[in-house]
Design a protein around this ligand. Structure first.
Ligand SMILES: Cc1cc2nc3c(=O)[nH]c(=O)nc-3n(C[C@H](O)[C@H](O)[C@H](O)COP(=O)(O)O)c2cc1C
Length: 223
């Protein structure tokens, strides 16, 4: 893990909600409380508080050999992600898909920065989706694909953390969703601690880091 060995695991929650104090923030805070109770450090990035441009028409992402040059807050957030042991994406469903702040972030982060050397490899990943009930599972699946693309470790913990709220008021009104969220946060902490311990004894990366970029042909030694 890239965090400091011996120190508490750092879990970073990234919220893609525009709504301060809304369902997504509440769910992320709930996860954060649990991480802290387990002895971890929990940090939050609210995408709404940052300058993040949508992908522009420059169109050279696939051929660029250096990170995206759009001047905004993306590099700072990417650095914060690199420092974490685990990352939780938390997002509301909008129009049957990812709410736009998270969609823009995922596009910019992936194509603009992460694809070069997959710096999130071996970090523990988690997903929280809030919604009324329509297409929350598709949004979850999209984020699963994204975590796996980035070689992150998705720890099975039971049902996905889909939190439903049909009230007009923000609230954690879904006991089954909350149970799933708790299980996910616990398992993320279990895995983050395990990886730290193994790394401390192995004195190096826990898992091989050679497969970093699917766009570059990889030659494995036959031996
Ligand atoms: C523009 C908009 C579109 C939405 N589309 C959906 C949807 O397709 N499916 C769904 O289940 N909920 C949908 N919702 C409800 C939100 O996903 C849900 O209330 C969510 O928990 C809000 O999170 P927040 O309080 O963090 O903004 C939509 C809400 C808004 C504002």
């Amino acid at each position: 893990m890239q965090g400091l060995r011996g120190a508490e695991p750092v879990i970073l929650g990234i919220s893609g909600s525009e709504n301060a104090g809304g369902n997504t923030d509440l769910a992320l805070e709930y996860a954060g409380d649990l991480v802290r109770r387990r002895g971890g450090v929990f940090r939050t990035v609210h995408l709404r508080d940052h300058r993040i441009s949508p992908c522009s028409p420059c169109g050279d992402c696939n051929s660029r050999t250096s990170p995206c040059a759009l001047p905004d807050d993306m590099p700072t957030i990417i650095e914060e992600m690199k420092r974490a042991d685990g990352i939780i994406y938390a997002v509301p469903v909008h129009g049957f898909g990812l709410a736009h702040l998270m969609q823009i972030f995922i596009e910019r982060a992936g194509v603009g920065y992460l694809r070069f050397d997959r710096p999130l490899a071996n970090k523990v990943g988690g997903i929280i989706v809030t919604g009324r009930r329509y297409s929350d599972a598709s949004v979850h699946n999209q984020l699963v694909d994204n975590l796996l693309l980035n070689r992150m470790i998705l720890v099975g913990s039971g049902f996905p953390a889909l939190l439903r709220n049909t009230s007009r008021e923000p609230g954690l009104n879904d006991p089954e969703g909350l149970d799933a969220l708790e299980r996910m946060a616990h398992r993320m902490m279990d895995m983050a601690l395990l990886l730290r311990n193994v790394q401390a004894t192995a004195n190096g990366p826990v898992l091989p880091l050679d497969d970093r970029n699917e766009r570059v042909a990889r030659v494995r030694s036959a031996s």
